[in-house]
Design a binder for this molecule. Structure first.
Ligand code: C2E
Ligand code: MG
Ligand code: MG
Ligand code: MG
Length: 292
């Protein structure tokens, strides 16, 4: 009896496993068509000066509007795209789309702010990346400093001639570089100084612990101090509460991005953010001079 139940469990477990594997495969198959079926789009999340509330930039975040499932999170489908060999076309589309949109906003007389694009390690390792970025920017007629590429720590910290060469070549084009989710991977201080990145994006897991876990306060202020000493900018990601903002300001964090000041929104909605040009939330908190 017990043995039979045991087998049943195994069967159920393996069926669940199968469904999961199939779903990933199905998603990969659907993703192959997503571009030509026009199911991919970019949302934009605003980035603000933590003190003045001035709008400083936007991060482009990929969205997949699946015909049956609705919105699928990039945290789920980007790894699938990487596995399925779909990053080259999707990644190229993201860069092109973000650049075109930025130029279009400028042409509409809206305030121009730099747009940040997430780069997969697969794109970074592609020897064609430099030429591609250069071509997209040139043919759109965009100031290269209006494009920021977000690298992950694991890409940026690989100590190879190739990595150094790629980073130097990207800087040579004139684009800005930042390190995403900073603090969650391995960073060598030596390479940080050697690589000419512009900005560290403090991972939201540390922001979440501010004021509650002493170690997170210590980590965040250490990152800010490190960035200051190396002449890099810092932006805190995932800022959700006025308390988090107040602590970050107190620690000298220059820029913030998060649900507190604005969720990622579609391009039409973001045009209104560009028109406003500043964060009402930060302005209000500033006038109320929120302190800890
Ligand atoms: P990321 O680049 O670190 O982006 C920040 C993520 O945090 C976004 O999730 C954003 O919507 C979310 N977020 C922003 N503010 C808050 C907040 O206050 N609270 C919380 N809880 N979350 C916040 P999203 O859009 O789901 O993207 C997840 C990840 O997928 C991104 O993390 C990035 O690694 C990846 N991704 C997104 N778009 C692309 C893309 O075009 N290419 C590549 N390679 N990866 C992408
Ligand atoms: Mg990012
Ligand atoms: Mg991040
Ligand atoms: Mg991330």
């Amino acid at each position: 009896q017990a043995k039979r139940e045991g087998r049943g469990l195994v069967r159920i477990a393996s069926r669940a496993l199968q469904e999961r594997v199939q779903t990933d495969l199905e998603l990969a198959n659907d993703l192959r068509w997503a571009l030509e079926r026009d199911e991919l789009l970019l949302h934009y999340q605003p980035q603000f000066d933590a003190h003045t509330g001035r709008l400083l930039g936007a991060e482009a975040l990929l969205r997949w509007n699946h015909p049956k499932l609705g919105y699928v999170s990039p945290a789920r489908f980007i790894p699938i795209a990487e596995e399925a060999g779909l990053i080259p076309p999707i990644g190229s589309w993201v860069i092109r789309r973000a650049v075109q949109q930025t130029v279009q906003w400028q042409a509409q007389g809206l305030r121009a702010v730099p747009v940040a694009v997430n780069l997969s390690a697969i794109q970074f390792r592609d020897p064609m990346l430099i030429a591609e970025v250069h071509k997209v920017i040139t043919s759109a007629g965009m100031d290269p400093s209006m494009l920021e590429l977000e690298l992950t720590e694991s890409i940026a910290m690989e100590d190879s001639e190739f990595t150094i060469g790629t980073i130097e070549a990207l800087k040579g084009i004139g684009v800005r570089l930042s390190i995403d989710d900073f603090g969650t991977g391995y960073s060598s201080l030596k390479y940080l100084q050697r690589f000419s990145v512009d900005k560290l994006k403090i991972d939201q897991s540390f922001v979440r612990g501010l004021g509650m876990r002493g170690q997170d306060d210590a980590i965040v202020s250490t990152i800010i101090g490190l960035a200051d000493n190396l002449g890099l900018k810092t932006i805190a990601e995932g800022v959700e509460t006025p308390e988090e903002l107040a602590r970050l300001r107190h620690m000298g964090c220059a820029e913030i991005q998060g649900y507190l000041t604005g969720r990622p929104v579609d391009s039409a909605t973001f045009a209104a953010v560009l028109r406003a040009g500043c964060s009402a939330v930060i302005a209000e908190l500033e006038s109320a001079s929120l302190e800890l």
